[in-house]
Write a protein that binds this ligand. Structure first.
Ligand code: PHE
Length: 343
């Protein structure tokens, strides 16, 4: 077989290639398929490669050059077709990836379940805020207290029934002022505060208090109070009434009427209960009175130079009146359906 015939044999497959390759390239759906077509058409074992290797058999330099150029033209044409198709396929792959990663920013977000303060905490915060708006500062004191601060400093005598073991939860029961108990009211913080602060004093004291009571609709062994104490030069019972009436108006509504009924507390003299007219009835809200001079003496204040008033209210009671809750146990119900009503 002469060289020219040999080349013609080698060129025939190229004719075929020129026929078939463009359709195959266009039909390739993936980069992997296109890679295969590239190997088949212009790769090392392709008809193009074979035709090139046959070029050496053409003796005439001009013929050889023309044949080489023809092969190169075919090869270049196929290579650029493949490159164009590759670009299309790569673009499609990127689009597909973008599509599958797409974030729909118009979808409603996932809303996490939000917690909230318990009604008791909300109530304390709100009441404290009212007094802060009237110029008071919030202070706190220990829940485990000595008998001295819980009773003696508040003018509560050794013989008082509240000091009895059946009413008070003792942590360390003994005979003296040193015995340790769970405070039965927030009033000991009055004594603690006055011991280390000179007048004027305007404080509110929210906190837990404890009594040896069994749980029922009207008793909890652990409940909350807010104490108030105002001591200054020339404070009168009118200041007490004005302040507490203002509190009632802010907490229960501007139309709320209040009345003061004489009462007895060892640490105030005179003492009173404040009742409020709200939701169609009179309700006892809190205990109050003018600070007893004996309490000032324990605190080291001169009872001739200063006067003051104090009050103490039950937080649960305030929340129950305001929200129409009739059973105290509702407030210690851990059921979320109960709690969610008082968001
Ligand atoms: N500490 C009293 C109680 O627990 C309330 C009170 C406080 C009364 C301050 C008068 C003044 O009942």
């Amino acid at each position: 077989m002469n060289a020219a015939a040999n080349l013609r044999d080698r060129m025939d497959p190229l004719e075929q290639l020129i026929q078939d390759a463009p359709g195959r390239i266009d039909a390739a759906e993936t980069i992997v398929a296109l890679d295969e077509i590239e190997a088949d058409t212009v790769g090392r074992r392709s008809p193009i490669a074979e035709a090139r290797s046959a070029l050496g058999g053409i003796k005439d330099a001009a013929d050889r050059g023309a044949a080489g150029k023809a092969i190169n033209d075919i090869a270049n044409d196929l290579t650029s077709q493949i490159a164009a198709r590759r670009q299309v396929l790569e673009g499609a792959e990127v689009n597909a990836r973008l599509l599958s990663d797409k974030v729909d920013v118009t979808l409603p977000g996932r809303v996490p379940r939000r917690g909230t303060h318990h009604l008791i905490q909300q109530t304390m915060d709100e009441i404290v805020d009212i007094f802060v708006s009237l110029g008071y500062t919030m202070v706190q004191g220990p829940e485990a207290e000595t008998a001295f601060y819980n009773f003696t400093a508040l003018n509560i005598p050794e013989t008082h029934p509240a000091r009895h073991e059946s009413d008070t939860l003792y942590l360390d029961y003994g005979e003296s002022d040193e015995e340790i108990l769970l405070r039965t009211h927030t009033s000991p913080v009055q004594a603690r505060h006055m011991e280390v602060n000179d007048p004027p004093v305007y404080i509110v004291v929210p906190g837990k208090v404890f009594r040896a009571d069994a749980i029922d609709a009207t008793h909890l062994p652990v409940f909350h109070q807010i104490e108030g104490l105002a001591v200054d030069d020339g404070i009168t019972f009118a200041d007490l009434k004005g302040t507490l009436a203002e509190f009632a108006r802010q907490y229960f509504g501007v139309d709320t009427e209040v009345k003061f009924i004489p009462h007895y507390f060892p640490f105030t003299e005179p003492s009173a209960e404040m009742h409020a007219y709200t939701q169609g009835r009179w309700i006892e809200l809190l205990g109050c009175g003018m600070v007893d001079p004996a309490v000032f003496e324990h605190a080291g204040y001169d009872p001739d130079a200063f006067t003051g008033f104090a009050f103490g209210m039950g937080v649960e009671r305030m929340a129950m009146v305001r929200h129409g809750i009739t059973d105290l146990r509702t407030l210690i119900d851990p059921d979320v359906r109960t709690l969610e009503q008082y968001r």
